[in-house]
Design a protein around this ligand. Structure first.
Ligand code: C2E
Ligand code: MG
Ligand code: MG
Length: 795
């Protein structure tokens, strides 16, 4: 008899082997009991069923008062009642361990576990009952506990209680056998359960793996070592537009799988060769970009599956990156291409040009780089709006591309500026011809937003290797040449010359000089008289004084505007210069009045200042200072480019000037684009025939005819004509006979300082010939009027 002390299992006891309690002496009841137990054991499908059936057998056929099976929870080292037969609660205390029953009285069953051997107690021995038997029927005279093993571990206990030492008497030998049978069946069931659990876990893992491989955006194909399909996921089927279910593809060879792919969405032929090579090489490949026949792009990873050094097949993963590629392309498009024209932008042009430059240098090729700018493009935007302007730019790009060869390059630099790169030129003449063709193509009318637009462009070129600059240098030189083309009157192409760089520096330096002169009062005005040919009483024959700007920063000669013409229309300086001139001119006019000479003054206004929103503010502020000037007469001269730059706005500004009583004249007529019909629409008082027509009017019939035509038409339109640059009295006489109203030029007076003006005005006497010529002309006109002839033109 083993002592029980109520402790939980001591270490090492768990693996004790079951011991048979005693041999069965009477084979009668005992053997039938064991046979029945064997039948139960072989048929039992679960532990619970087995334990319940054995307990029922023990109490039934075995006549036990109660029977129970307790199972050990190895994690918590607790016993749990798994089956019981007999009066309720009879076995509870016997198996309780931690449920509050006194340790000394709970140790009977635990004792069997701790010892790993059966325990028995009989009342006949006179020993105390191993636990309070208050709930146990009084006739229980003997108890037995048999440990049961599963997989070599002590896992359960069979507890039997019998009356009057039934266990020890006739059938006592059957109980150990019953316990053995139960133990074996229990072990078998546990092993089966463990196996089932393992299998379950295995299939669970497979399911989990399949679930993991079934992500919706990555197509997965698992091939066996023999390259047959082991697994594909739904994403793979969707990616390749397969109508088969993933399961139905399993077992196919790669070739069979390939044959099922619809033609349009399969990889291209060379991709199949790549796949074959990848399979043969059998080493991991990540990030292969694959282009499908339908234009989609896939990213493909290939991973060989190798377990314990053995080839177990391969895993292919396909990700559709078409959208990502499109996005990247869009980003690239934005970064490197112009949205309006679709042409490469400035950044891209430099990349391409650098490559072209390297190639040309290596192959000793000639490379032309051009920068082209549409003349007065702002006017286009003002007329047809921004969208219309964009359409003009797109069409300009198309026209230029129509002339270039496919290998040449055209880029949009921004605004209305384009860059051109032309390869493999034979000569400068060839470039001239291309340049002319491009300019000619751009002169053809544009039809946009219901308007017909007539445009022109200027282009600057440079030729590598004659110009051996780098990409940036070549573009800068082409821009300098463009600047020259603009200076030369636009609508032309100019080839870069090294002197242009020096000229550019000079222009920049001059701009600085003028800016400084404005601050240090080193600008001043000279005044040049404009006189009447036919005289006007009371004004001494002087129509007015034109204020002409000079730079006076050398302490020696005055610098004339020809040297700083570009600064007069400078975005930053045009208005400050204009304000200075307005103030100085009106101040002088006011001073002459105070000196007793009332003489109208006119000032030249740059187009930029004229169209500046603050122009009338500037006029008002100067007239506030010298209001009496308006009584004498104050006028402005604008150049022909003015109205043609922004016709509508210029027209409005001119009208507002006239409304305020300011005379407006159109300067340098004949050099720009303004026509006489155009002048008809403008509220201008006079036009100034440009001196280029006057200078050789005596010897150039064409210029003479133009001058005569302008004078006659202007007279018909009731506009005054002033001829400027009259250097000789003969020129003056001819203009007088043509009917010109007023003259200005060196033959009358050179520009003079303001202080000299009152004296000059007082002394001025028109040449006697003019009055004579005017009279003659009037007489001739009268004669021809009577005869109904055209007005006469002197030969
Ligand atoms: P413009 O308004 O046509 O002025 C007439 C120019 O012709 C003046 O040149 C004048 O000195 C010159 N000139 C006058 N008579 C003769 C002549 O008989 N023979 C020759 N060869 N030339 C003659 P200037 O003063 O050098 O001015 C040149 C241009 O500069 C002006 O042409 C005008 O467009 C511009 N300019 C002058 N002053 C100003 C100014 O204050 N503001 C602005 N924005 N431009 C000005
Ligand atoms: Mg002028
Ligand atoms: Mg002029």
């Amino acid at each position: 008899m083993h002592a029980t002390d109520g402790k939980l299992l001591p270490e090492g006891s768990a693996r004790a082997q079951p011991q048979r309690a005693a041999p069965m002496r009477d084979p009668g009841i005992g053997s039938s009991l064991v046979s029945a137990a064997l039948a139960l054991a072989t048929g039992a499908e679960s532990e619970a069923a087995l334990f319940a059936a054995v307990c029922r057998l023990a109490c039934g056929q075995g006549k036990c008062t109660f029977a129970a099976v307790a199972v050990l929870d190895p994690l918590r080292a607790e016993l749990h009642l798994a089956a019981h037969c007999g009066p309720a609660g009879a076995s509870d205390a016997a198996i309780a361990t931690t449920s509050g029953v006194a340790a000394a009285s709970t140790g009977f069953v635990m004792g069997a576990l701790q010892a790993g051997a059966p325990q028995q107690w009989t009342a006949a021995g006179g020993s105390q009952a191993p636990w309070p038997l208050s709930k146990v029927p009084a006739d229980v005279a003997s108890l037995g506990a048999w440990p049961l093993h599963a997989d070599g571990e002590l896992s359960a206990v069979l507890l039997l209680g019998t009356a009057a030492d039934a266990l020890a008497a006739s059938d006592a030998g059957a109980w150990p056998d019953l316990a053995s049978v139960l133990g074996l069946a229990f072990g078998r069931l546990r092993a089966q359960a463990a196996h089932a659990a393992t299998e379950h876990m295995q299939s669970l893992r497979t399911l989990q793996l399949r679930a993991a491989l079934s992500m919706p955006h990555i197509g997965v194909l698992v091939l066996s070592a023999q390259n047959t399909v082991r697994f594909v996921n739904a994403a793979f089927c969707a990616q390749f537009h397969l109508h088969d279910t993933p399961d139905s593809l399993e077992g196919l060879t790669v070739r069979e799988l390939r044959d099922r792919l619809p033609e349009g969405c399969a990889p291209a032929e060379h991709e199949w060769q790549r796949i074959a090579r990848t399979l043969a090489a059998c080493s991991a490949v990540t990030g292969d970009e694959v282009r499908m026949r339908d234009g989609r792009v896939f990213l493909r990873d290939f991973t060989p599956i190798c377990i314990d050094g053995a080839d177990q097949g391969s895993l292919w993963q396909w990700r559709d990156i078409t959208a990502q590629k499109l996005h990247e392309k869009r980003i690239e498009q934005l970064a490197f291409f112009d949205e309006v024209s679709g042409l490469p932008n400035r950044r891209r042009l430099f990349e391409l040009l650098e490559a072209a430059h390297t190639t040309a240098a290596a192959q000793q090729d000639v490379l032309a780089v051009g920068v082209l700018d549409l003349d007065r493009f702002k006017n286009v935007n003002d007329t047809v709006g921004r969208d219309g302007g964009d359409r003009v730019l797109t069409e300009t790009a198309a026209r230029i591309l129509g002339i270039l060869r496919p290998d040449d390059m055209l880029a949009r630099f921004g605004g209305d500026e384009f860059a051109l790169v032309i390869f493999g030129l034979d000569s400068k003449e060839q470039l001239d011809a291309i340049s002319r063709c491009i300019l000619q193509a751009l002169r053809a009318p544009y039809f946009v937003a219901g308007e017909q637009l007539q445009l022109s462009a200027s282009v600057g070129w440079t030729l590598f290797p004659r110009d051996d600059g780098d990409a940036e240098g070549l573009v800068r030189h082409a821009e300098l040449a463009l600047f020259s083309a603009k200076e030369e009157g636009r609508d032309c192409g100019v080839l870069y010359e090294p002197s242009m760089e020096a000229e550019q520096l000079r222009l920049r330096a001059m701009r600085e000089r003028i800016a400084r002169a404005l601050e240090t009062s080193r600008l001043q005005l000279l005044f040049q008289p404009i006189v009447y040919i036919d005289g006007l009483p009371g004004r001494n024959g002087v129509a007015g004084m034109e204020a002409l700007l000079r730079l006076d920063d050398t302490g020696k000669d005055l610098v004339e505007p020809a040297k700083f013409m570009h600064v007069l229309d400078d975005p930053q300086l045009a208005r400050p210069i204009g304000r200075f001139v307005l103030d100085a001119a009106l101040r002088q006019c006011h001073a002459w009045m105070l000196a007793g000479v009332s003489i109208p003054v006119s000032v030249n206004i740059s187009t930029r200042h004229l169209l500046h929103p603050a122009f009338f503010g500037d006029i008002e502020s100067v007239l506030e200072s010298y209001p009496d000037v308006m009584e004498v007469g104050f006028g402005i001269e604008i150049t022909e480019t003015g109205p043609s730059m922004d016709h509508t706005r210029a027209k409005a500004v001119i009208e507002e000037c006239r409304r305020r009583g300011i005379r407006v004249g159109l300067d340098d007529f004949g050099t720009g684009s303004a026509s006489l019909s155009h002048i008809q629409q403008l509220d201008i008082e006079h036009i100034k025939l440009d001196q280029s027509f006057v200078s050789d009017i005596l010897f150039d019939d064409r210029n003479m005819a133009i001058a005569a035509g302008v004078i006659t038409t202007a007279r018909m339109l009731a506009r005054t004509v002033i001829a400027e640059g009259v250097e000789t009295s003969a020129q003056g006489d001819l203009l007088a006979s043509l009917g010109c109203h007023q003259l200005q030029g060196y033959s009358i007076s050179r520009p003079m300082p303001s202080a000299a003006v009152p004296g000059w005005v007082t002394r001025w006497k028109p040449p006697a010939s003019w009055a004579h010529l005017v009279e003659e002309r009037h007489a001739l006109l009268a004669e021809h009027d009577e005869a109904g002839d055209d007005p006469p033109v002197p030969g």
